[in-house]
Ligand binder design. Sequence first.
Ligand code: CTP
Ligand code: MG
Length: 234
Amino acid sequence: ARTAAVIPAAGRGVRLGPGAPKALRTLNGTPMLIHAVRALAASRAVSLVVVVAPPDGAGEVKSLLDAHALPDRTDFVVVPGGDSRQESVRLGLDALPPEYDIVLVHDAARPLVPVDTVDGVIEAVREGAPAVVPALPLADTVKEVGPAAPGEPEPVVATPVRARLRAVQTPQGFDRATLVRAHETVTEDVTDDASMVEQLGLTVVVVPGHEEAFKVTRPLDLVLAEAVLARRRL
Ligand code: CTP
Ligand code: MG
């Protein structure tokens, strides 16, 4: 089985605030995207990484990949992305050569995922799961809210049992044919790839995630990511 990774990196990063597209913002001097590419290429099982660049930034991303040291045993391809994460992932899948039968989809916005997490996802797909997600238990209690009446606070309508909830990360791992079929079949907006496979009626399984696989979303996350990197160098 050959394994490729698709890294959607085409988002603007609106929640991070004004500046370059999120994947091109730096952490301790190195673009987030380069950290993410290295994290996936660190797995010996991953022989191809497809980076889905901002729609007008494919040339810049190619130059970045050329300018940074990356493993020789891995191939790199850059394609321009789309308006939604879902479309960006589909454009990445379209660029995969036929010989790859396992696909990982990994957010460029999760630059610090440890290689053991990547390998755990691949292992579970190799053992036969059509879709695998790394996940962690929640620290916060989660409430579902209903619509607020004008001028009123939002009402809580339900409290799911926290012990049964998981916060899901990436890389998510797939049997390639299954993920392609999911992207061809599911038309509504989703926030991760595995939920499209769930909609096909297939079982998605969970493997342990990692605290350092958190998503850089808001400005405080940049502070945390740089602190994690600084600690790793010690
Ligand atoms: N992504 C993408 N194409 C898009 C939108 C998002 O490839 N049109 C990617 C982002 O680059 C990121 C991943 O999907 O690596 C997860 O998305 P998110 O964290 O939401 O990033 P952004 O969409 O860039 O951030 P925001 O929602 O705050 O604008
Ligand atoms: Mg987004």
